[in-house]
Write a protein that binds this ligand. Structure first.
Ligand code: SS9
Ligand code: ZN
Length: 556
């Protein structure tokens, strides 16, 4: 059942660049793609992926998310001279055109569609498309924020149309709000869009009212748009995990998507000149891992932003290595009482909080003062250092079992007697006595407890081993057990010891396969919610990852 990870990349998409001086656009460089791909090659990850060729998207495909007028206008750009390109560019915000960008934009969409085709037909389990230009800011009739065509929005429409996907989840972990994606699916309940973004009370680009938490979608799509605006910079690993545990994952599991897209922008990582956040590249291993048991594992990651070449390349590797199924690293920097609203930045990796005077929209200051400020900023950014993520290894033996003689060993697992010399990543001990059949509990309630209580506790505690026991009287329904087994493998470097009585469904998870979808969840019972909430409130003083409420001062 192991199916592989697609990697879609073509050097052609490095072949356009900014042709004039523009301080806003100078960070969007071809090297972004080059260093990302080179890092994947150097680390041996590219070799382990299934390489899939790109193609140009057709007009009809682009029109899934764009107007004809806009497409026709962009079509003319390959024939424009410098002056004309500059004039055309000025119609839009924070973007630039180049004679080859239309070609690259068609490849970026086409690459994303290739990924969707291969994932939806089961040729691969999941994959990543490394593309330029990015997509999530572009709108029906507008280029914006370095984006020309909305790669992921088009691909979501395409998956609905050509692969009968009924529900699509888009997780936008780029540090900017993908307003283009939000606009595209505002009234569409079949696409759930989640975005966190640097916001600072609307003073950060794109400075939109509709990026705030109260934009939840409209009409039938009400409730299917989730914005998490960060009103401070310096957000770290705990903050990202807390939002996944307490906001995104409960909603995502209830939604039960058929396909998951990641608008995989890495300007939300440390060192980025746009984001000014503190989360380290290894956090993307966990964010990826936490999404990999939705939609039966069908995850399509598509590059968006990321402007610090070092942190970008490291983050891309963390994401791809996790898609490949390697155990996630120990999550760093969860110790501090940072979630969900961190103390003032303290470590050297953290950029000092913005000084006063940055309240209004950016770009309105002029002249020498601004240039001075830029110099200072550049200097500050040079100082941001963080440890290189530790090398992650693919386990040579993933799963070993201690079985009674009469029981056959499942495919892919090793029987303990013959593997005395090896050290498997995880182990299962099968117990002899038969278990009495048990009714399953309230699936929704259990998932709420797993996501909102167990995982945050586990991540904060940082165990060296996860011991799972499925014994008589503790019977949980099969799908739920699989979810539990898979999700907990994000802890303890994947070291899991399982005690159980029936091997089938567990072995699949221990071998690295995705847990099966639970289907859309209904609301958990009010009694469950009550006791769960009481428990969370009691524990949150000692376990910061359980905190879900800040003081009024923090969010006013
Ligand atoms: C504010 C200028 C922001 C646009 C950034 C677009 C990022 C796309 N410093 N400029 S991921
Ligand atoms: Zn961005």
């Amino acid at each position: 059942m192991k199916m592989g990870t697609a990697l879609i990349y073509d050097e052609e998409m490095t072949k356009y660049k900014l042709l004039w001086v523009d301080p806003v656009c100078k960070i969007e460089v071809p090297e972004r793609l080059i260093v990302s791909y080179e890092a994947l090659v150097k680390s041996g990850l590219a070799d382990r992926c299934v390489s899939i060729p790109v193609r140009e998207a057709t007009d009809a495909e682009i029109l899934l998310a764009h107007s004809e007028e806009y497409l026709e206008a962009v079509k003319k750009t390959p024939f424009m001279h410098l002056e004309e390109l500059m004039t055309f560019t000025q119609k839009y915000g924070d973007v630039y055109f180049h004679p080859n960008i239309y070609h690259c934009a068609k490849l970026a969409v086409g690459a994303t569609l290739q990924l969707v085709d291969n994932v939806m037909t089961g040729k691969v389990r999941n994959g990543m498309a490394l593309v330029r230009p990015p997509g999530h800011h572009s709108q029906s009739s507008a280029a914006n924020g370095f984006c020309v065509f909305n790669n992921v929005a088009i691909a979501a429409q395409y998956a609905k149309k050509h692969h009968k996907a009924k529900r699509v989840l888009i997780v936008d972990w780029d540090v900017h709000h993908g307003q283009g994606v939000q606009y595209c699916f505002e009234d569409d309940p079949s696409v759930l869009y989640f975005s966190w973004h640097r916001y600072e009370h609307q003073s950060f680009w794109p400075n939109l009212k509709e990026s705030d938490f109260d934009s939840v979608g409209s009409g039938k799509g009400a409730g299917f748009n989730v914005n998490v605006p960060w009103n401070k910079v310096g957000m770290g690993n705990s903050d990202y995990l807390a939002v996944f545990f307490h906001v995104l994952l409960p909603v995502a599991y209830e939604f039960s998507p058929d396909l998951v897209f990641i608008c995989a922008g890495f300007d939300s990582a440390i060192g980025d000149p746009e984001g000014h956040m503190s989360a380290t590249p290894d956090i993307f291993a966990h964010l990826t891992h936490l999404l990999m048991n939705l939609a039966d594992g069908k995850v399509c990651a598509v590059l968006e932003g990321g402007y610090n070449l070092t942190s970008l390349a490291q983050s891309v590797c963390q994401t791809v290595q996790t898609l490949l199924g390697d155990p996630a690293p120990r999550p760093a920097q969860l110790g501090g009482a940072s979630a969900p609203f961190p103390e003032e930045p303290s470590s050297k990796n953290r950029r000092p909080a913005q000084q006063g005077g940055s309240q209004g929209p950016e770009g309105d200051a002029g002249g020498d003062a601004q240039r001075e400020e830029e110099k200072v900023e550049e200097k500050e950014e040079e100082e941001i250092v963080w440890p290189e993520p530790l090398r992650r290894v693919a386990p040579s033996l993933r799963s070993a079992l201690l079985l009674p003689d009469a029981v056959e060993c499942p495919d892919g697992c090793a029987r303990f007697t013959c593997v005395r010399a090896c050290s498997p990543l995880n182990a299962t001990v099968l117990l002899r006595s038969p278990s009495p059949p048990q009714g399953c509990g309230d699936t929704a309630g259990v998932m709420q407890a797993v996501l909102g209580l167990l995982l945050p506790l586990g991540y904060q505690y940082e165990p060296g081993l996860v011991l799972l026991a499925r014994l008589p009287g503790y019977q949980v329904e099969g799908g739920l057990w699989q979810q539990l087994t898979c999700l907990l493998q994000g802890l303890a470097l994947g070291h899991t010891l399982v005690l159980l009585q029936v091997i089938g469904i567990t072995a699949s998870c221990l071998l690295g396969n995705a847990a099966l979808s639970l289907g859309p969840l209904v609301a958990p019972g009010p009694e469950d919610v009550g006791s769960f909430e009481r428990l969370r409130l009691r524990l949150q003083t000692d376990w910061p990852l359980l905190q879900t409420t800040g003081t009024f001062r923090d969010w006013k």
